[in-house]
Design a protein around this ligand. Structure first.
Ligand code: NAD
Ligand code: APR
Length: 267
């Protein structure tokens, strides 16, 4: 193994507070396309036309079809060696170290791999929120409603394929009936303050941070690892290519994290 990897593993051994910050790249090897890398999801869809409150107001059907499609893709995917290495590391060392996973992903794969101490910065594809009473519901991966079942990826060029709003998922709470939305943080929206606070606490107290599979271009997540490095924490980036933040970190391990994370976190 590279001398850098050996040095990193030494530092990890003596660390007391470990944070793993992940982005779409950790799920790439599970077959879930990333947003900005090669074959990125946004290449086909304009993020601004889908993952925004404005888009939901003007075409809730299109936004629901997009998220429902992503749910179906994620439900068919499986955690990969990268997710597993993190879950196994927590299972093994979680009693003697504080280990937190902070993810920007909404695909639920860290939890399915067995990670316990998980902060989902941008929500989760399997959660809905009522636009009226704000109740957040966790659902399983069965279709959220009849009309959305099996619709597949929306074709944003085909106008008029919209599902009528009354057939979109609505709140079942007595007397509410509000339209449900994906419990996802959209562009231009704030992250939930309690989530941001929890992530901030973990980041400000960690001795070591692994930043995995993120392009580090979306705030506030993009700020976390550089801030930790500036404070003196040891930060190691795991990516298939350098990012705008690579130069701020102590270590950069190039390669698919399905390969590099088991090396870094395994014994
Ligand atoms: P943005 O510029 O809207 O900022 C994101 C949020 O972070 C803003 O609400 C802002 O209040 C907060 N923020 C920005 N700088 C901050 C700072 N220094 N300290 C604390 N908070 C800060 O970012 P964006 O690119 O428009 O995206 C908005 C959010 O939507 C992001 O979290 C993005 O990841 C998320 N998103 C999710 C999906 C998805 O499908 N999961 C898709 C698109 C965007
Ligand atoms: N191993 C490691 N890194 C990888 C792999 C892999 N197998 N495959 C791709 N990557 C890297 C890419 O090089 C890129 O740097 O993962 C990163 C994916 O970046 P993005 O697609 O921008 O995903 P992310 O950083 O999570 O986006 C942040 O923006 O659209 C919003 O809310 C959405 O959570 C998302 C946020």
């Amino acid at each position: 193994q590279s001398s850098d990897m050996m040095k990193f593993k030494e530092a990890l051994k003596s660390a007391k507070q470990v944070v793993i910050l992940s982005g779409a790249g950790i799920s790439a090897e599970s077959g879930i396309p990333t947003f900005r890398g090669a074959g990125g999801l946004w290449r086909k869809y304009q993020a601004s036309s889908l993952a925004t409150p404005g888009a939901f107001r003007s075409s809730p059907s299109l936004v629901w079809e997009f998220y429902h499609y992503r749910r179906e893709v994620a439900a068919k995917a499986h955690p990969n060696a990268g997710h597993m290495a993190i879950a196994q590391y927590e299972a093994k060392y979680g009693s003697e170290k504080s280990i937190s996973v902070i993810t920007q992903n909404v695909d639920g794969l860290h939890a399915r791999a067995g990670t316990k101490n998980l902060i989902e910065l941008h929500g989760n594809l399997y959660k809905t929120r009522c636009t009226k009473c704000k109740e957040v519901l966790v659902n399983d991966d069965s279709p959220i409603c009849e009309a959305l079942a099996g619709r597949g990826a929306p074709d944003i060029n085909v106008v008029g394929s919209d599902i009528p709003e009354k057939s979109l998922p609505h709140c079942q709470k007595q007397g509410c009936g509000g339209l449900l939305r994906p419990h996802i943080v959209w562009f231009g929206e704030n992250l939930e303050s309690n989530v941001l606070e929890k992530a901030g606490e973990a980041m400000s107290s960690c001795d070591i941070c692994l930043v995995v599979g993120t392009s580090s271009v979306v705030y506030p997540a993009a700020m976390f690892a550089p801030q930790a490095a500036a404070r003196g924490a040891i930060v190691a980036e795991f990516n298939i290519e350098p990012t705008p933040a690579t130069h701020e970190f102590h270590y950069y391990f190039e390669g698919p994290c399905g390969t590099t994370l088991p090396l870094a976190l395994g014994d």
